[in-house]
Design a protein around this ligand. Structure first.
Ligand code: TYD
Ligand code: MG
Length: 512
């Protein structure tokens, strides 16, 4: 038989190439190809023997809902669709240091202690819940110290350090396997049957395959931790995404305390669901009401001004800064209010700068272009900075109108009224398009004390239901309606400083 041919596998995307190149032709990553030995096995034709005939069945029939194991950490359970499904594999990805180990140690402790009760009829008897935490990254002492800090040191979590998958399988592939197994992290695990180094694509893939096989066989929940590195030097968990049942991403801005757990794939539940946590000195704390958190600073700023509004809300028209708008968004099934902040400044050098945190830069360029082309402004000629407060990342097109409001407010130095939420999608024609979940957005706004909502004109179906009690809606059919509301003339009313129209030296022409 011919000698097994070497192949070069991109550590970023997993593509295999016959020869080394500096740049992966598939994903464009530089310096990411590493030589790996191909499997010796050569696939043979199947024409010799007959396989076993399949038993086809209908679409209806008895099907048990998978038994779920709840951690009692509500934010985590909801993101998983109501708890971890027994026999499933979950990948938890995220940047190093974001808090994956902390979250999973808390989850393992919760499962192992009385909190981890099985939900659903088909589950095992409940006092059998046991959890194992296998780490290839940290020493036992480090984990113990963390457990002490989290206050879970008394929970009967089985702890071990290991990185050889053979050892791990010998401990797990048995009748008394734990109900939940955390592998921290999959990049440190290796199969001794493969030649490549731990962390390479083939090792990560091979190790995960073996672990998932045993998890399915023994019916335990397998949680794999995976690091995402920007450089793609270590195999990111991307290659694993199609192998596991659920993919959760743990994200957050470095400087912020807030962490967001996001389901990007879930065979047993909805995706786009988020769980919000706050990193405290005793581990991760659930944040059941994220809107209050993302608007935290804003409420404090409004409260001391003592307006006519109650302290839950905002202090309408007092001490307001222009360039912010509150967006009533939907994350998964849950409405979340966030503040969108914009800064527009004259561009001093040739090409205007764009800096966007938490939103899509292309979409910002589009909105600036629509404002210019359809409303006769010159937004695009300025430097634009856009920030989503609190470290949240928004993907909804429904944020368009709120972004436009923040931009226009910054441009005209006219604050958006503090008791107002904004949502709506913007078409290239400048038309404001309807978005889904109007009712839920308005309800959340009302709960947080907002009295007004700027919404798309059509598509509001809330008349006749409980909607009458919600915030007063201002309907907008076209972006020019928004421009009219945020033109400098209207600004003179609540502001304390000089009227915005008196400010000179701006190269921009706000519509009057
Ligand atoms: P860690 O869970 O180790 O991150 P990962 O496993 O994703 O690499 O935790 C990372 C950070 O969290 C670390 O910088 C310290 C901080 N931290 C707290 O602020 N409070 C705590 O109670 C714990 C355990 C960690
Ligand atoms: Mg860790």
């Amino acid at each position: 038989m011919a000698r097994a041919q070497a192949r070069f596998v991109c550590q970023r995307c997993g593509a295999a190439h016959p020869k080394w190149t500096g740049r992966c032709e598939d994903c464009g990553a530089w310096n990411s190809l590493i030589e790996e030995l191909a499997r010796e096995r050569v696939p043979k034709g199947l024409d010799r023997q007959d396989g076993r005939a399949l038993d086809f069945v209908g679409l209806t029939g008895p099907s048990l809902l998978p038994p779920r194991r709840q951690t009692g950490i509500a934010e985590l359970d909801r993101v998983c669709g109501g708890g971890f499904v027994a026999g499933s594999a979950v990948l938890v990805g995220g940047d190093p240091g974001i808090g994956k180990s902390t979250l999973l140690l808390q989850a393992a402790a919760a499962i192992a202690s009385a909190a981890g009760k099985p939900a659903g009829a088909g589950a095992k008897s409940d006092n059998a819940a046991s959890a194992a935490y296998i780490t290839g990254e940290e020493a036992i002492d480090q984990i113990r110290l963390r457990a002490l800090r989290l206050g879970v040191e008394a929970c009967p979590v089985r702890l071990a350090t290991a990185s050889n998958v053979r050892d791990i399988l010998s401990s797990l592939d048995r009748a008394d396997a734990p109900d939940l197994v955390v592998i921290d992290s999959i990049q440190t695990m290796y199969l001794d049957t493969l030649d490549s180094a731990p962390g390479t694509v083939s090792q990560v893939r091979g190790a995960a395959q073996e672990l998932i096989r045993v998890a399915k066989q023994r019916g335990f929940v397998l949680i794999l931790v995976g690091h995402v590195t920007k450089e793609g030097v270590i195999a990111g968990p991307r290659v694993l995404e199609h192998m596991v049942d659920t993919v959760l991403y743990f994200e957050g801005e470095r400087g912020h305390r807030f962490r967001i757990l996001r389901a990007v794939k879930n065979r047993f539940g909805a995706t786009d669901e988020i769980g919000v946590f706050e990193m405290s000195d005793q581990g991760l704390v659930e944040v059941p009401n994220p809107s209050a958190l993302f608007l935290g600073g804003r409420q404090a700023a409004g409260a001391d001004a003592g307006g006519e509004s109650d302290d839950q809300s905002d202090g309408s028209g007092s001490g307001l800064v222009s360039g912010t708008a509150v967006f009533a968004g939907i994350e998964g099934t849950r409405p979340v209010l966030v503040e969108i902040q914009a800064l527009v400044a004259p561009a001093l050098l040739g090409t205007p700068r764009r800096a966007v945190v938490g939103w899509d830069g292309t979409r910002l360029a589009m909105i600036a272009a629509v404002l210019d082309a359809r409303c006769g402004l010159s937004v695009g000629a300025n430097d634009i900075y856009l920030n989503i407060a609190g470290g949240l990342r928004i993907a909804e097109p429904a944020a368009d109108l709120a972004v436009a409001a923040a931009l226009l407010s910054a441009l005209s130095e006219t604050p958006v009224p503090a008791d107002t939420v904004v949502f709506g999608e913007i078409a290239l024609s400048g038309e404001v398009r309807p978005v889904g979940h109007t009712e839920a957005r308005l309800k959340e706004a009302q709960k947080l004390g907002f009295a007004q909502a700027w919404v798309p004109r059509s598509g509001d179906k809330r008349r006749g239901s409980a909607g009458a009690a919600g915030p007063a809606t201002v309907r907008m059919a076209h972006l020019s309606d928004l421009v009219a509301r945020l033109s400098p003339q209207r600004a003179s009313r609540p502001r304390t400083g000089a009227p915005a129209a008196a400010r000179l030296g701006r190269p921009v022409g706000a519509v009057s």
